[in-house]
Design a protein around this ligand. Structure first.
Ligand code: HEC
Length: 164
């Protein structure tokens, strides 16, 4: 069977293609000019809002060296499941049952020692009788790096409850 399109079909797809192209162009132009007007109108208000927000927001303490190192590993290995704020809502979390506790839950995590958290990370859920879906990182991260990660986990509870 021939793979080539017949003449009229090619003609029609060209016309259709051109029409779509023009349409998209027009839509983009309308969209952009509208957005530009909106931006100009909102410019002054946005500046005020940003100033207010900066004035109101409690300034989070800068991360320590350990916390920053830990955050690097966290973002790389843990965020997919545990979420960017540690709430247990990473984009892979829908697959997990049971779901991980939120690291921001200070009343839950305050009762767990750094050593126990390090153990879960090193051995994985399987090693400590928790969900096997929590991977083990003993082969990926050394003891020092794991302690950095725990330092990072602790910051999630701090940012939610600054009084602690
Ligand atoms: C594939 C998803 C996934 C990834 C990736 C993952 N975890 Fe987990 N994690 C889980 C699940 C699921 C649990 C809940 C286990 C349970 O409660 O049975 C958990 C539990 C934990 C716990 C124990 C919390 C508690 O309730 O005591 C710690 C600590 C932890 N994870 C740290 C990490 C760290 C640090 C990383 C990255 C180095 C990481 N996890 C990566 C899925 C994941």
């Amino acid at each position: 069977m021939s793979r080539r399109m017949s003449g009229p079909l090619v003609g029609w797809s060209l016309v259709l293609g051109k029409t779509l192209f023009t349409l998209v162009g027009v839509l983009l132009m309308v969209g952009c000019s509208h957005r530009a007007q909106e931006l100009a109108a909102n410019g002054a208000r946005d500046t005020t809002l940003a100033q207010n927000a900066a004035a109101i927001a409690p300034s989070a303490p800068p991360l320590t060296y350990e916390q920053r190192q830990g955050k690097y590993f966290y973002d790389r290995y843990c965020l997919v499941c545990h979420g960017d704020k540690g709430a247990g809502d990473g984009f892979n979390a829908f697959n997990l049952d049971p779901k991980p506790h939120s690291f921001a839950d200070s009343s839950y995590f305050a009762a767990i020692s750094d050593a126990s958290l390090e153990q879960v990370i090193e051995l994985g859920g399987r090693g400590v009788n928790k969900s096997v879906l929590m991977p083990s990182y003993g082969a990926t991260l050394n003891g020092r790096d794991i302690s950095y990660v725990v330092a990072c986990l602790r910051t999630f509870a701090q940012s939610v409850n600054p009084s602690q």
